[in-house]
Design a protein around this ligand. Sequence first.
Ligand code: CO
Ligand code: CO
Ligand code: CO
Length: 346
Amino acid sequence: MDTARVRLTATTSGGGCSSKVSSADLATVLRDFPAQDDPDVIVGFATSDDAGVYRLNDELALVQTVDFFTPIVDDPYDFGRIAAANAISDVYAMGGTPRTALNITTFPIEELGHATLGRILAGGAAVAREAGVAILGGHTVKDDEPKYGMAVTGTVHPKHAITNAGARAGDVLVLTKPLGTGILANALKKGSIDEEQIAPAVRWMTTLNRAASLAMIAARVHAATDITGFGLLGHAFELARASGVRLRIVASKVPVYELARELIAVGIAPGGSRSNAREHEVFTTFEAGIPPDLRLLLSDAQTSGGLLIAVPPARLSALLGGLHQPDALAAVIGRVELGTGIAVDA
Ligand code: CO
Ligand code: CO
Ligand code: CO
């Protein structure tokens, strides 16, 4: 098939991180999964963090993560870049340095052809190179739907991993990319918007969280996570639960793509974000007067989203000074309190 004619998003049922199995379903499946008792496991799956951390010795720990998904844009090279930036992000979210990666691919090679697969892998390789990550190999399986991503290994000092469990009451919350990629990608798939209209989101989704990560390491922040398939509220809740705190988010301060807002207003939003929103109602208290459209944006499944960082007030200016466009926003979106769950103010 001619690569120029392939619309990758038309080949799949869901796109990007919105194709993740829900956290509720995962919790059900993992309920009877044996608990970890290896003393060198610093971060395991119990706290729903971005990546696992395993101590090799007193100076060195491995940071390991895996992420892959169906196409979120039609251009195979951009899809590869986005999938790689997204997979590597989980190492940055832990304050680690990404080192190596293995490609994970499923692909209908007869239908879509060699050239399209080649472009996806080339996009991934370009972003890996930018991150200083060596791709050591990979695995490709024939399948009806194309999927691509990476298993990424990084390193961190065992005492310096930035987990989602360190937030403390009084901390300030900072977000480093705008929300709305799930809504934009869904609109692209449906043909409601074109490639040019999604270009600003593609630029953010292909931007590494490296600059944001280096800034948060330098500012010695308390906690962080990256915002992906469970949306801002879903990942914020994981951080709140792991840290034993409540997060208070000011909806009007959260950066969003204006086009995503316009699309929701005319009823265009993916099922994954709607089901996220229903799950999030259980632990979120919304102040009266927050429109349903904005609530949906706060739950929108993100792909290669920004970092959500909890920083003590005394080090906020140091953090903000290290965050600047085009690599990172410096949006102060709320604070950490005593309590549980998420509170959203207008
Ligand atoms: Co993550
Ligand atoms: Co991930
Ligand atoms: Co983390």
